[in-house]
Design a protein around this ligand. Structure first.
Ligand code: UGA
Length: 429
């Protein structure tokens, strides 16, 4: 099928590349010229395992092109994916300017029947507005259908998630569009849920908010476990065996971050508010998430007493492992708070240091975890990269001025750490 994907962020780029790899002829569009120039030179704008290889392969096979021209993309495609950014406005609502602009351009260049697919995370009722806008700006009255097809890929495993989705949601009232979308996704052999547009739109916000709620639930539990002298990892494991609860997304820590959960929970609260329903449960989810990194900060302060003039080694800056993304990462809040108290920070992250340098100029970034530990009064773990699980802890202990590790992600066993002579504090244990 001839496709175009407008917007080459995480979702758009990975979707476009994977659809090309499934045998389609794809043009990926972005109005950011630098990004397109880089992609044309095989330079990826993001770190994502497996992505670069797929880009190179599909470009070579002439199934994938990058362009700045929406006109090219729209004329080429039978199915047009909108995957532009929907950043939060100051009040928490999603800013839909990019979606609206793209709709007007699609309308302008549409030359035959098109399926217009919304992949961006948008508030319910956006599909109606998309259809209305295209109808208004397309003066030639060309037929089209709008589909809401939310994306569930995770950063760090985006290619894998796109190729092996748990489900595909197709929201539209057009049987013609359903057929086209089902044909497009058939190679993935995933369960397909066909629904109306509004339900599809809500599925996305409801899913992300539910997952965020799971994290805040286990984080609230972690404080109870700490006070009671229990171990939250054992409590979560005991709960997880119940299939209705499930084992995943029950890792306590310094809270969720990234470009999705913080923004989407806020946006869902706003959506509910506009529909005259309070979503107090989600307000609590946000509150608990914010409390969590502050709780970890307090642990550092209690352990080191005066932070001023202390050197703190930091392992991990990205909001989670296997990504270089630091957007809304709780690590940033913690590092900034420590800097404000007068600490010196020596940090290491396997992928996120380039991005972190831009917003944390005071931090000394180190070439490896051992260099971050060298001469530090304590080492703090803010992201659970596998590399940190395999550290030579005896070496770390010798490098630190004091053998203190504060672990915000529970990657080590407390008893083993004590046996190694560390003062070791983690979350909820
Ligand atoms: C999330 C969803 O998982 C995807 O399904 C969705 O498509 C995506 O948002 C999106 O809307 O685009 P992502 O933000 O990449 O994906 O990251 P997750 O793996 O979901 O992790 C989010 C945050 O939760 C991270 O900061 C992570 O450290 C934290 N987390 C996750 C925990 O603190 N504990 C857990 O048990 C799991």
């Amino acid at each position: 099928m001839n496709l175009c994907v407008i917007g080459t962020g995480y979702v758009g780029l990975v979707t476009g590349v994977c659809l090309a790899d499934m045998g389609n002829d794809v043009i990926c569009i972005d109005n950011n010229e630098t990004k397109i120039d880089k992609l044309n030179k095989d330079i990826m704008p993001i770190y994502e395992p497996g992505l670069k290889e797929l880009v190179i392969k599909n470009k070579k096979q002439k199934q994938l092109r990058f362009s700045k021209s929406i006109a090219d993309g729209v004329k080429h495609a039978d199915v047009i994916f909108i995957s532009v950014d929907t950043p939060p406005r100051p009040n928490g609502e999603a800013d839909l300017r990019s979606v609206a602009n793209v709709c007007r351009e699609i309308a302008l260049y549409m030359d035959r029947y098109k399926v217009v697919v919304d992949k961006s995370t948008v508030p319910v009722e956006t599909g109606e507005k998309v259809a209305e806008t295209i109808r208004r700006y397309n003066k030639r009255n060309i037929d089209f259908d709008v589909v809401s097809n939310p994306e569930f890929l995770r950063e760090g495993s985006a290619v894998h998630d796109t190729m092996h989705p748990d489900r595909i949601v197709i929201g539209t009232n057009s049987p013609r569009a359903v057929n086209i979308m089902e044909e497009l996704y058939r190679p993935l052999k995933a369960p397909v849920i066909v629904t109306d547009i509004k339900s599809a739109e809500i599925i996305k916000h409801a899913s992300n908010s539910f997952l965020a709620m799971k994290i805040s639930y286990v984080n609230a539990l972690s404080i109870i476990c700490e006070r009671a002298g229990a171990d939250v990892t054992k409590v979560a494991a005991g709960m997880g065996w119940d299939k209705r609860i499930g084992k995943t997304f029950l890792n306590a820590g310094i809270g969720y971050g990234g470009a999705c959960f913080p923004k989407d929970v806020k946006a869902f609260i706003k959506i509910a508010e506009k529909l005259n329903c309070g979503f107090e449960l989600l307000e609590a989810v946000e509150e608990i998430n914010d409390r969590q990194w502050r709780h970890f900060l307090k642990k550092i302060e209690e352990t080191l007493w005066v932070i001023h003039d202390k050197t703190i080694g930091v392992l991990g800056v990205s909001f989670k492992p296997n990504t270089d993304d630091i957007r809304s990462a709780p690590s940033i809040n913690i590092i900034k708070a420590l800097l404000a108290e007068g600490a010196r920070i020596r940090a290491y992250d396997p992928q996120a240091m380039e991005k972190a340098k831009e917003i944390l100029p005071e931090v000394v970034f180190c070439p490896d975890p051992y260099a971050a530990a060298e001469g530090a009064d304590a080492l703090i773990i803010l992201t659970e990269w596998d590399e940190f699980r395999n550290l030579d802890l005896k070496k770390v202990s010798k490098l630190l001025t004091h053998p203190i590790i504060l672990d915000g992600r529970n990657i080590f066993d407390p008893a083993e750490m004590e046996a190694l002579g560390f003062i070791y504090k983690s979350m909820g244990r």
